[in-house]
Write a protein that binds this ligand. Structure first.
Ligand code: PEP
Length: 250
């Protein structure tokens, strides 16, 4: 059985103080939750404060990005060990906004995934097609290339512990959600791709999230699908009231 994982990507929102308040409110609402893994992903500047706020709670802490090198002359970048050092448990890698605005490629995603694993962080690896690619019926082709490129060179055991987030670009922040059937069908395709690369055991264990305008009124339907193991959530993770409803989707 795969434990559902609901992760909130705060993007470039929340100061350190606002992040702490949000997590305190969230914890008050979700502290009894045991059967769902909860993760919040604040901006870098709020990570240390939020790390203190989540200590002793059932809420994990993720960064939204990192560099793949351990250290060095990479102005403006943050190393995997630095995230681990301040209490991160997870890191989002290859979000479509990073691919779109910051030139991330499957190759850099692959380097980052390997570096995250080496540092003991759980990588949330994002894949997903654009609207033009979906309309050209290229969804599986595009997502297949992203999965193969992003996970190349990993072991089956490493892949089993990963989280993959299927996020169709056209559904992120737009209010347009993929239908639960379409979302499940791509998540199932990702699982088959993982099975082809790493074997059935890794495919059965890897958790695959859907992301793209997940809200309290569509989470239950999405989570009822057999290949959807969680959600990566932007907008609805910025308020404790809505994010707690996603976490308590059952
Ligand atoms: C995201 O940030 O990954 C995301 C899915 O955003 P939203 O939920 O706002 O569509």
């Amino acid at each position: 059985m795969r434990k559902p994982i609901i992760a909130g990507n705060w993007k470039m929102h929340k100061t350190a103080g606002e992040g702490v308040t949000l997590v305190e409110q969230l914890n008050a609402l979700t502290k009894a939750v045991q059967d769902v893994e909860i993760v919040v992903c604040p901006p870098f500047t709020a990570l240390a404060s939020v790390a203190t706020a989540v200590a002793g709670t059932n809420i994990g802490l993720g960064a939204q990005n990192m560099h793949w090198e351990d250290k060095g002359a990479f102005t403006g970048e943050v190393a995997p060990g630095m995230l681990k050092d301040i209490g991160c448990t997870h890191v989002v890698i290859g979000h479509s906004e990073r691919r779109q605005y910051f030139a991330e490629t499957d190759e850099t995603v692959n380097k980052k995934v390997k570096a995250a694993i080496k540092a003991g962080l759980t990588a949330i690896v994002c894949v997903g097609e654009t609207l033009a690619e979906r309309e050209a019926n290229d969804t599986e082709k595009v997502v297949g290339v992203q999965v193969k490129g992003g996970l190349e060179g990993l072991t089956a055991g490493q892949v089993a512990d990963l989280v993959i987030a299927y996020e169709p670009v056209w559904a992120i922040g737009t209010g347009r959600t993929a239908s639960s059937e379409d979302a499940n069908s791509v998540c199932a395709f990702i699982r088959r791709t993982v099975a082809g690369m790493f074997g059935q055991e890794a495919a059965d264990k890897v958790r695959i999230q859907y992301g793209g305008s997940v809200k309290p009124d569509n989470i239950a339907e999405l989570m009822a699908k057999p290949d959807i193991d969680g959600a990566l959530v932007g907008g609805a993770s910025l308020e404790a009231a809505s994010f707690s409803k996603l976490v308590m989707f059952k």
